[in-house]
Write a protein that binds this ligand. Structure first.
Ligand code: MG
Length: 234
């Protein structure tokens, strides 16, 4: 793909497995909050209870639904207010809980071969990251291969909306068809990038058999395959 001059990558479940790190982060957050509060406040707290409150928050505030940082803060505030905490105590606890969650959430393990592949690609292409999550790529060792990381929480809308793709193209200073986006989510990554005029690789991370053909230019099951694809003519 000689006409490709820049690359953008999704992060979660594209460069690393996310679910595990989120669960560990949730546990660390819970343990920390238990250490700060009367036992009764956290007696009922668990993944399901947390998700039930989060669902309420998202229903009440669709405007912040894509801002996972804000949603988590608001969910924790509501939880502690429901336990009888004052607003200011609830806010402090939410900040503490989020701080521990966020710190743990960044401890991700790249998929095998990811570091080597990014190192090779970054020599030939400027690269950006576009995520709907709140991974802080630029604070990680992997960040050294990237020019920037765009997080949905800083934009009006998450992927597949064009807003982040357009910002990435501007920063990479390339035309849409000169940029290849790589991601695991067909709607957010493949359809989103294609709608912005970019080309797209579907990273079929878990090698699932799709119900219908992915509307991607290429499909890969390991990141290393990208190196060969980029060498192809066209
Ligand atoms: Mg993803």
């Amino acid at each position: 793909m000689k006409s490709i001059r820049a690359l953008t990558f999704d992060l979660d479940n594209t460069l690393w497995e996310t679910d595990e790190s989120i669960l560990i982060a949730e546990e660390a957050m819970t343990a920390h909050l238990r250490s700060l509060t009367p036992p009764a406040w956290m007696a009922e707290f668990g993944l399901e209870a947390f998700r039930a409150v989060r669902k309420q928050i998202v229903e009440e505030r669709p405007d912040i639904a894509h801002n996972l940082t804000l949603v988590r803060h608001e969910t924790l505030i509501r939880w502690f207010e429901n336990q009888g905490a004052t607003r200011s105590i609830a806010k402090n606890l939410a900040s503490e809980g989020f701080r521990v969650f966020y710190e743990e959430r960044q401890k991700v393990e790249p998929y095998p071969g990811t570091v080597a592949t990014l190192e090779i690609l970054s020599k030939d292409y400027p690269m950006g990251a576009i995520t709907n999550g709140n991974a802080d790529l630029m604070a990680m060792p992997l960040g050294q291969y990237f020019q920037f990381c765009l997080q949905a929480q800083h934009f009006k809308k998450p992927k597949p909306d064009p807003v982040m793709f357009e910002e990435a193209l501007k920063r990479l200073n390339v035309e849409p068809n000169e940029c290849l986006h790589i991601g695991d989510d067909i709607e957010h990554d493949v359809i989103g990038a294609k709608q912005s005029g970019m080309r797209a690789v579907w990273f079929n991370t878990h090698a699932v058999i799709p119900e219908e053909d992915a509307p991607a230019d290429y499909t890969i099951t390991t990141l290393q395959e990208l190196i060969g694809i980029l060498k192809q003519p066209g």
